[in-house]
Every structure is written in structure tokens, then in C-alpha cells.
Design a protein around this ligand. Structure first.
Ligand SMILES: Nc1ncnc2c1ncn2[C@@H]1O[C@H](COP(=O)(O)OP(=O)(O)OP(=O)(O)O)[C@@H](O)[C@H]1O
Ligand SMILES: [Mg+2]
Length: 349
């Protein structure tokens, strides 16, 4: 099947500095792809190139199999929802949704049908005659979505469409977005720096770091097997250890066992000793921060006799440890390291 969107080695520089570097991306029909990464990593720049508002410095953009690298936005059949909804304040909701169709000289009867369908889809048909300022943030967001969908684009680009909403509404709109995408089967690329949003919505997740794709795959797969420390940290992993012979690993605090410092460690894992630096009670258990050779490792435990200064041993079951096999360095950057841990040789009993 021909991909709807394909980027081949797309690079965009601003004044000699690359904001997007050699990005390859393939989006197939009906896919919901999330572009994820910290502020400034090149998400919006990537979307703007796909939409045609910005030209790549090098590389190729194919839309439905055709080279669209130099095609103007109006000839790309792409819908875009921006972070700020960019609604026309003086027009009613219905007119806002109709605007793009009128520009494209769609027959009036068809515009009426499509506007109604789109507003119906986002649950706003009853507010068609209101003006944007008479709507809540979530409703305005839906109008922007309806406007993009009414044009029946081959692909819908969403640039942090939920970031202006409060936390509760954001979670609610996520579900709405998912429903709308499933109902219409529309191909969509969602930009977000919220990993939860990506995990919940996308069937493919692309993580960007300083303009480069560092990992992509099904959200579950990326979450279970982050390749680098950057990806792992971005997905909320907190413990990073360099284990001699095993390389760099990450492990969730709930999978680290806190045992007596002089206990014989169980087989099937690594064990390190350290000193409790802090204890945070959470009711049923507590999170302890353990200083291991100058590096903090978090673990959860129900042992409430631990105090700052207590010597402990941490057991890291190997089946829970995730090996971080990739490096985060980008050519031209210094890279980031994890200090190495003192290894304690264990002989399983
Ligand atoms: N028009 C421009 N001129 C110069 N530099 C730009 C321009 N647009 C973007 N950049 C730079 O390119 C880099 C990527 O910007 P971009 O807007 O794509 O980031 P982003 O991932 O969308 O970030 P955010 O999450 O903050 O929206 C940034 O360093 C930014 O300063
Ligand atoms: Mg952006």
C-alpha cells in the first residue's frame, strides 16, 4: 500500500543550524502517528514541512506516492490544527468550518452537508451559530478540528491541539480525538510533548531528539524497550545504572528489591550496596532513594524501618532490567554519560 506521507532524509536548517536532521518517516493510511519530543526538538518544523508552509533544506517529501517537496500548501490536501485554534472571531462556528470549503469553491449545498457532518462528529451541531468567544476552550478546539475534517484531507496534522486545555478536559478530548479518528479512519499525525497522550492515542510513536528520530514503533513496544537513556527518561524511567558486563540499564523503582545490606542476594540478578539517602512514605509503601557509589537509585519497599543512613543492598532482577543499547549523542554534541557504578561481585548461593 502506498504510504500517505513519506519523508526521506528530510533536513531543515535555520541559519546553518539543523532543526530537523535526516528524518525518515512513513505514515500509512488510517495510521495515527504521534511525534513526540521535548521543546525545540523539531516537531512543528516537521509538520510545517509536511503541510508545505516550510521547505526542506534537503530531502524528499512524498504525499500519496508523489513527490510533493515543492508543492504549495493549497495543493497538498492536508488539514492542520494548530496549537492556537486560529478561528475567525467575527464568524460563526458554521462559517468558520465552511470557510476553507468556500475558498476551494465547493458547491454550497455540499458545504452545508459537510459542515453539518463535521460539527455533528465533534458534537457541536447545536452551537453552529455561536461565535468562537462564546465557546469554551474545548469547544473551540473541536471547531478547529471540525474545520480541518470538513475539507476531507488525506492527512490531518495536529500540532499540540490539546495543550491549551486544562488537565481534565485534555484527558476527555483525548478520548474524543480517538473516537473521531476511529470513526473517520482519517490518517493523522499528532505532535505532542505529552508521553501519556502519545501512549493513549497513537498506533505509532516517533521520538525526536534535537531534530533526529531516535526511536519509533508501537507505543507499547517503545515503552517496554526504550533504546537510549534519552528515550527512557522521556518516558518516565528514573533509574540508570552502568553495570560492568551488562552495560547501561534502566529499571522501575517497583522492580528494585531492597534487602538487608548483609543478606545473600537471590540468583537471577545483579546486586549493589548503598546507603539510604531519603525515604518518602506513600501510605502502603515507601520510595527510598539509595546512594549507590554517588548515584541515586530509587526503589519501593514496604520495609518501614529504613532511615536515611541505613546501609542496604539493592537487588535488580535481570528480567526486569531494560538494556539501553543505543547512545544519545548527536554528531557535533558532546553526548551525555552515566557515571559507572562500583560493581560488587556476587556468587549466588
Ligand atoms: N523560523 C525559524 N527561524 C529560526 N529558527 C527556527 C524557526 N522555527 C524553528 N526554529 C528553531 O528550530 C528548532 C525546532 O523548532 P520547532 O518549533 O520545530 O520545535 P518544537 O519541537 O515544535 O518545540 P515546541 O514543543 O516548543 O513547540 C528550535 O531550536 C527553534 O528555535
Ligand atoms: Mg512546536
Amino acid at each position: 500500500m502506498t504510504p500517505v506521507v513519506q519523508l526521506k532524509a528530510v533536513t531543515r536548517e535555520f541559519a546553518g543550524t539543523a532543526a530537523v536532521r535526516e528524518v525518515d518517516l512513513t505514515v500509512t493510511r488510517g495510521q495515527f502517528v504521534a511525534l513526540l519530543g521535548p521543546s525545540g526538538c523539531g516537531k512543528t518544523t516537521t509538520l510545517r514541512m509536511i503541510a508545505g508552509y516550510l521547505q526542506p533544506t534537503s530531502g524528499t517529501i512524498l504525499l500519496e506516492g508523489r513527490d510533493a517537496t515543492r508543492l504549495p500548501p493549497e495543493r497538498r490536501n492536508i488539514g492542520m490544527v494548530f496549537q492556537s485554534y486560529a478561528l475567525f472571531p467575527h464568524m460563526t462556528v458554521a462559517k468558520n468550518v465552511a470557510f476553507g470549503l468556500q475558498m476551494r469553491k465547493v458547491p454550497a449545498a455540499q458545504i452545508r452537508t459537510r459542515v453539518h457532518e463535521a460539527l455533528d462528529l465533534v458534537g457541536l451541531a447545536h452551537l453552529a451559530d455561536r461565535r468562537p468567544q462564546q465557546l469554551s476552550g474545548g469547544q473551540q478546539q473541536r471547531v478547529a478540528l471540525a474545520r480541518a475534517i470538513a475539507a476531507r484531507p488525506a492527512v490531518l496534522l495536529l500540532d499540540e491541539p490539546l495543550s491549551n486545555l486544562d488537565a481534565r478536559l485534555r484527558v476527555q478530548m483525548r478520548q474524543e480525538l480517538l473516537r473521531i479518528q476511529r470513526e473517520t479512519g482519517i490518517t493523522a499525525i499528532l505532535v505532542t510533548h505529552d508521553q501519556e497522550e502519545a501512549l493513549e492515542l497513537a498506533d505509532s510513536m516517533v521520538i525526536l531528539d534535537r531534530g533526529r528520530v531516535v526511536q519509533q514503533g508501537h507505543p507499547r513496544e517503545v515503552f517496554r524497550a526504550p533504546r537510549t537513556r534519552f528515550v527512557a527518561e522521556f518516558l518516565g524511567y528514573e533509574n540508570f545504572l552502568d553495570l560492568p558486563g551488562r552495560g547501561r540499564i534502566t529499571i522501575r523503582p517497583e522492580h528494585v528489591d531492597v534487602v538487608e545490606h548483609d543478606a545473600a542476594p537471590p540468583a537471577g540478578g545483579e546486586s549493589v550496596t548503598g546507603t539510604v539517602a531519603a525515604v518518602r512514605f506513600r501510605g502502603t509503601d515507601c520510595v527510598v532513594t539509595v546512594d549507590v557509589g554517588g548515584q541515586n537509585v530509587l526503589a519501593t519497599t514496604t520495609n518501614d524501618s529504613l532511615r536515611a543512613g541505613s546501609p542496604v543492598r539493592l537487588f535488580l532482577p535481570l528480567d526486569r532490567a531494560i538494556s539501553l543499547t543505543g547512545t544519545d549523542s548527536v554528531p557535533g554534541d558532546g553526548g551525555q554519560g552515566t557515571p559507572s557504578l562500583q560493581h560488587q561481585q556476587e556468587s549466588p548461593a
